[in-house]
Design a protein around this ligand. Structure first.
Ligand code: ZN
Length: 227
């Protein structure tokens, strides 16, 4: 396949996307597959909805910087706030990367990856995007089971189905494999380093000096689509 531009891979353009509404945009192939899956879910009584779809580079940079600068709380897998000021820069970076990607490496930049939930199952509660909501006893257990049985036939899978030493488990995050596998293959360290070197962001030195481990643990370390 031809080279995908680094602007597309890093969320610095929307030229590869179709807008859905004011809040959401997706890659057109992923969107068509999502809409088919949504219609199938509806037939089974499940209202599938988007919590998040495309996210651009500047938004990811704002999230990352907010956490690194202490303006947004950083939590651990037990949902406890991490005391960042007590940590080394590398420890800080790892604590942030558990839930928030480095700007330019979020799969949400591609328009192929979405966070989904089921509005009717929430009732009066706020959506948290925490694993318990999708597990036994949580509001979205039926949705999770349905996705487990059906998402694959629409080309979707869970890249963060379990904790692998990098990104935390995210049972709400679906990826449209036919496009995302190509984008993932094209986002190499060499291409990404050029992006980060032109950027002003907190922890930059630590990011650059650990970039290989960051890629290995947080970027390419995802579940496989089972054919
Ligand atoms: Zn996500």
């Amino acid at each position: 396949m031809p080279d995908i531009s680094i602007e597309i891979l890093c969320g610095q353009t929307t030229q590869h996307l179709s807008a859905i509404d004011q809040r959401h945009a997706m890659h057109p192939e992923a969107l068509a597959a999502y809409q088919n899956m949504q219609a199938a879910a509806e037939k089974d009584g499940i209202d599938l909805a988007l919590a998040s779809s495309f996210r651009d580079f500047s938004r990811q940079l704002a999230i990352f910087s907010g956490k690194a600068n202490g303006n947004i709380a950083v939590k651990d897998q037990a949902n406890q706030v991490v005391p960042l000021s007590e940590l080394s820069d590398w420890q800080k970076l790892q604590a942030i990367l558990l839930f928030s990607a480095l700007p330019g490496t979020s799969r949400h930049h591609w328009g192929t990856d979405i966070d989904v939930y089921q509005p009717s199952a929430l009732g009066q509660n706020q959506l948290q995007l925490e694993p318990w909501e999708y597990q036994k006893g949580g509001p979205f257990v039926q949705l999770s089971e349905w996705l487990g049985d059906n998402s694959k036939s629409f080309g979707f899978y869970l890249p963060y189905d379990q904790y692998r030493g990098g990104v935390a488990e995210e049972p709400w995050h679906l990826s449209y494999y036919p496009v995302s596998e190509q984008y993932q293959a094209q986002l190499t360290i060499e291409r990404y380093i050029k992006v980060i070197q032109e950027l002003h962001l907190p922890l930059k030195k630590t990011i650059v000096s650990h970039i290989e481990e960051i890629f290995q643990r947080y970027v390419t370390n995802v579940g496989r689509f089972e054919h």
